[in-house]
Design a protein around this ligand. Structure first.
Ligand code: PMM
Length: 263
C-alpha cells in the first residue's frame, strides 16, 4: 500500500502532494514502483495535528480518487469521517482505512455496511492531541489485541461482514517506541484474532530513533523496508509505506527466500 497524503501537514510529506496534479503524478509513480493499493488521505494524524473540516478533507481527496479510479488503481481512503468514507467509495475507493477503528465517528460502521467496502480498523485510543498521554500499558501486546478484538466484535454486531475486515496495531498511535517494538515482535499473535493484519511503520519516529540524530525523515526508508520484509515473514496481509520501491525490493527478496526454502 503506497501512501498519498493530500495534506499540508503530514509529518514526512505534508504539502508535497497537496496539488491535484502532483497527487496524481505521485500515485502513478507509486503504482509504477509496485504498489497494489494507493491509500489517499486528506487529514494528517501526526501527533498534535489540527483536525481538518470534512468539506476541506473531501475537497482534497475526492477529485484525486475519481481520477485514480479512472486509471484503474485500487484505492483506500484514509479517513475517520463516515461522510468522507461514503463519498470516497462513491468516487471509486473500495477500502476504508480508519485510524480510529470506527470510534471517531458513530456513523462509520453503517457506511461500511452500506457500501460493502473492505474496512481497515486500526487500534486507537483517542485523537492525536491526547494520544501520547494514553500510551500506558501493562502488557501492550495483550491489551492492543484485546482492544482490537473488542472493536471487531462491536463492528460485527453493527453488521460489518467479518470477511471485509483488516486489523492494524496502530504503530505510534498512543504507543511509545517500546510498545511499537513489542507489537512488531509479536505480530503473529495479532493474527490469532483471525483477520488479515496491516502494518504501517513507514518513517515513524521510533525508526528515526535507530538512526543518527541528523538523519532526515526520508532516511528512515531502508529501516521501513526491513520492517516490511519482517512483517511479511510474520504473516502480515499488507504494509503501508511512503517509499514503495524500497519496500518492493525487500518483499521481492523475502519472496525469493521463501521460494528457496521450499525448493
Ligand atoms: N498511520 C498514519 C496514517 N494512516 N493508517 C493505518 N491503517 N495505520 C497507520 O498506522 C497509519 C494510518 C500516519 O502516518 P502518515 O502521516 O505517514 O500517513
Amino acid at each position: 500500500m503506497g501512501i498519498l497524503n493530500v495534506t499540508l501537514d503530514s509529518f514526512s510529506d505534508g504539502g508535497r502532494y497537496a496539488r491535484y496534479d502532483d497527487a496524481i503524478a505521485h500515485a502513478r509513480s507509486l503504482v509504477a514502483d509496485g504498489a497494489d493499493i494507493i491509500d489517499v488521505g486528506g487529514e494528517s494524524t501526526r501527533p498534535g495535528a489540527a483536525r481538518v473540516e470534512v468539506h476541506e478533507e473531501q475537497r482534497r481527496v475526492i477529485p484525486v480518487i475519481r481520477e485514480l479510479a479512472a486509471l484503474g488503481f485500487r484505492i483506500s481512503i484514509d479517513t475517520m469521517n463516515a461522510a468522507t468514507a461514503f463519498a470516497a467509495v462513491e468516487a471509486g475507493a473500495d477500502i476504508v482505512n480508519d485510524v480510529s477503528g470506527g470510534l471517531a465517528d458513530p456513523n462509520m460502521a453503517q457506511v461500511v455496511v452500506d457500501t460493502d467496502a473492505t474496512y481497515i480498523a486500526m487500534h486507537w485510543r483517542g485523537h492525536s492531541d491526547t494520544m501520547n498521554s494514553r500510551a500506558v500499558y501493562g502488557d501492550a501486546v495483550a491489551e492492543v489485541k484485546a482492544e482490537l478484538f473488542q472493536r471487531v466484535a462491536e463492528l460485527v454486531v453493527q453488521g460489518v461482514d467479518p470477511d471485509r475486515l483488516v486489523i492494524d496495531p496502530g504503530l505510534g498511535f498512543a504507543k511509545r517506541a517500546e510498545h511499537n517494538w513489542q507489537l512488531l515482535g509479536h505480530l503473529a499473535e495479532l493474527s490469532e484474532i483471525g483477520l488479515p493484519v496491516l502494518v504501517a511503520a513507514s518513517r515513524k519516529r521510533f525508526l528515526g530513533a535507530l538512526l543518527p540524530e541528523e538523519a532526515g525523515v526520508g532516511e528512515r526508508d531502508p529501516a521501513t523496508a526491513v520492517i516490511s520484509a519482517l512483517s511479511a515473514q510474520a504473516g502480515a496481509w499488507g504494509v503501508r509505506v511512503h517509499d514503495v520501491a524500497t519496500t518492493r525490493a525487500a518483499l521481492d527478496v523475502w519472496d525469493a527466500w521463501q521460494k528457496g526454502s521450499r525448493a
